[in-house]
Design a protein around this ligand. Structure first.
Ligand code: SAM
Length: 259
């Protein structure tokens, strides 16, 4: 398919039923990120694109995500899977964990809650700085789904030839992967880009070459760029035309990557 559509992913009418092998996404977190604005030297510069509001009323926000997840289930193959990246929010002095999303996946199988751990981010002085986000991994079927563990194994630091058959090990459910820093080669103008390395592991483990990967909230096109590099097909949606341009540029030229 290899296309990013410029309208809301609440209706994915272009995608046939049961055609997608894997969905991976990072939805808007509803934390008032200024999508659609450009920043230069610390100053906000207007862009011409749509200004997506990242501060929806809570019920409207959850209803929007619920519609997107229902649409995803329609387009997902029977042996398909969903990887959903979301984090705790801090609002009016308290942490709001995102476990309410589980209500939308009652008909799927929760296989992992990945803790994506990184080294840097916002500073806090009266509580510990937060240095992780979640990636929820759900499958449509209990047993039948792609899981290419050998393709994503990592070096075992405590390898002992007398004890272990291989120098490689299961990466576990805690993944230490850097956020995309300001001077990283994969950095674009998108304010909430996730790292290619994170998506590489997910697409490699959960799909085979030629499979179709969906990202309903495509942003700067990280999912599409990684899918393309790994020989998978991609499809997605993005409200902001400026971000589609960034994604298309990335897909055309490729980005220097960490892998
Ligand atoms: C967290 S960002 C995704 C960033 C992406 N993972 C990347 O690496 O660049 C969420 C994106 O969803 C877009 N968006 C918000 N609501 C949308 C909707 N209903 N349909 C499609 N895109 C939407 C926003 O413009 C934003 O670019």
């Amino acid at each position: 398919m290899n296309k990013i559509f410029n309208h809301s992913c609440e209706d994915m009418f272009e995608i046939p039923d049961k055609s997608v092998s894997l969905m991976v996404t990072s939805p808007p977190y509803n934390i008032d990120i200024q999508y659609g604005h450009k920043w230069e030297n610390g100053k906000q510069v207007e862009s011409k694109g749509v200004k997506y509001s990242d501060n929806l009323e809570e019920n409207a926000y959850r209803a929007m995500l619920s519609r997107v997840i229902e649409e995803t289930k329609r387009v997902l193959k029977d042996d398909g899977q969903i990887w959903f990246n979301i984090k705790n929010r801090y609002d009016k002095g308290v942490i709001i964990p995102p476990f309410w999303i589980m209500d939308f996946f009652k008909d799927m199988y929760l296989k992992n809650i990945i803790i994506w751990n990184f080294d840097w981010g916002g500073a806090t002085s009266k509580r510990f700085c937060s240095r992780y986000e979640y990636v929820f991994f759900f499958t449509k079927q209990k047993e039948k789904y792609t899981f290419n563990l050998d393709d994503v194994k990592i070096p075992a630091l405590n390898y002992r030839p007398d004890r272990y058959k291989s120098q490689l090990k299961n990466p576990t459910d805690v993944w230490k992967i850097s956020m995309v820093s300001g001077n990283s080669p994969e950095r674009t103008d998108h304010p909430a880009q996730y790292p290619e390395e994170l998506i590489e592991r997910i697409i490699k483990v959960g799909t085979n070459p030629g499979d179709l990967v969906l990202d309903p909230f495509m942003g700067s096109g990280t999912t599409a760029a990684v899918a393309k590099k790994l020989g998978r097909q991609y499809v997605g949606y993005e409200l902001e035309p400026e971000y589609i341009k960034i994604a298309e540029e990335r897909l055309k030229n490729g980005t220097p990557t960490l892998f």
